[in-house]
Design a protein around this ligand. Structure first.
Ligand code: HEC
Ligand code: HEC
Ligand code: HEC
Ligand code: HEC
Length: 228
């Protein structure tokens, strides 16, 4: 018996390793993140709904304009977030307040703020799934189904103390910027910096959390745009 044991154990270990590798590939992405608000989510905030994308996207009857992807989460009605200013901020030329938007004027930044300004319930969606209607939210960090005030993921309605968003990435006005045409890893939206320029809301890559597009080791993400 004993002489078969080692190969068996080894074999099992190899099979297990291969399976972890494969399942790691299969489940990599949003399901392993705090943006999985379904009943399989492992973050502090989840729900009784088995779907993941529905909290943000829908295949039909979306809140849609030409700048946002098939959106399903109720937009915030916050009228005014303010904009970042400083004497050396060259983006001041066209930076625009993202407050007071409608379905036809929402930017990618408004998509994030639809949950992260703390004013809209996480289960307030435009087009509920046909099969899974009930979406009671659960977990810590929730107040009236919204991200609780005071939690660091609740940015509130003031963007004047945050990295600027919703302005043109102008490498001609600011020579301290990497040329727009040669940017890697980060993403501009119609030439503009938005929340998702630095963040990928679907990424589970452990080296680039929280939902970042590149690592912050050595502040490498910052150096993807700033020549410092
Ligand atoms: C917590 C909110 C959220 C969830 C959940 C979510 N997304 Fe997204 N998704 C976004 C936002 C915000 C954008 C726009 C920013 C961007 O493109 O990175 C986006 C963009 C996209 C895009 C277009 C841009 C691209 O990167 O290809 C696709 C396709 C997409 N999502 C698919 C999905 C699918 C499929 C699911 C479910 C498995 C999902 N998303 C779940 C927030 C979400
Ligand atoms: C997607 C590109 C991009 C990334 C990534 C990025 N920035 Fe910026 N940032 C900009 C742009 C464009 C401006 C506007 C620059 C200007 O005109 O002054 C800016 C402005 C700033 C400013 C204000 C400059 C001023 O004159 O007031 C600071 C400070 C700054 N960024 C720091 C950072 C830090 C720290 C990081 C990393 C956490 C970072 N940035 C990541 C694009 C980026
Ligand atoms: C449907 C609601 C929803 C939308 C839309 C959404 N988020 Fe989130 N996000 C959440 C929730 C819920 C959490 C977990 C909050 C907590 O536990 O404190 C979270 C967590 C995060 C975190 C923290 C992750 C960590 O590991 O600590 C970041 C960063 C983040 N979101 C960025 C974004 C950005 C950027 C966008 C837009 C591109 C976005 N989110 C859109 C609901 C949303
Ligand atoms: C210039 C890059 C950049 C932009 C633009 C940006 N973020 Fe972030 N964000 C970061 C980085 C880097 C971190 C991680 C900070 C840390 O770990 O100290 C972060 C952290 C967060 C967190 C976690 C809470 C916290 O304070 O650490 C949330 C939530 C978040 N961002 C949401 C947003 C939203 C919503 C927007 C748009 C309004 C946005 N971010 C725009 C770079 C950015």
């Amino acid at each position: 018996m004993n002489k078969f044991k080692l190969p068996t154990v080894l074999g099992a270990a190899i099979v297990a390793t291969v399976m972890i590798g494969l399942s790691g590939q299969a489940v990599a992405g949003i399901s392993a993140t705090k943006h999985n608000l379904s009943n399989t989510g492992t973050g502090d905030i989840t729900s009784d709904n088995p779907e993941i994308c529905v909290f943000c996207h829908t295949p039909h009857n979306a809140i849609k304009n030409n700048n946002i992807p098939l959106w399903n989460h109720t937009l915030s009605t916050t009228a005014n977030y303010g904009v970042y200013t400083s004497p050396t901020f060259d983006g001041a030329a066209d930076v625009a307040d993202v407050g007071g938007v409608t379905a036809s004027t929402a930017t990618v930044t408004n998509l994030c703020l639809s949950c992260h300004d703390g004013t809209v319930a996480l289960n307030a969606i435009n087009n509920p799934s046909n099969n899974h209607l009930v979406t009671a939210m659960a977990g810590t960090g929730l107040t009236d189904d919204k991200i609780s005030a005071g939690r660091d993921t609740n940015l509130g309605a003031d963007l004047t103390n945050d990295h600027p968003v919703n302005f043109t990435y102008d490498d001609a006005a600011d020579t301290g910027l990497i040329a727009a045409a040669t940017l890697t890893n980060v993403r501009l939206f119609d030439g503009k910096v938005q929340c998702a320029s630095c963040h990928d809301p679907h990424s589970s890559d452990p080296t680039t959390q929280p939902f970042l597009r590149f690592t912050m080791e050595g502040s490498a993400l910052c150096l993807k745009c700033h020549n410092k």
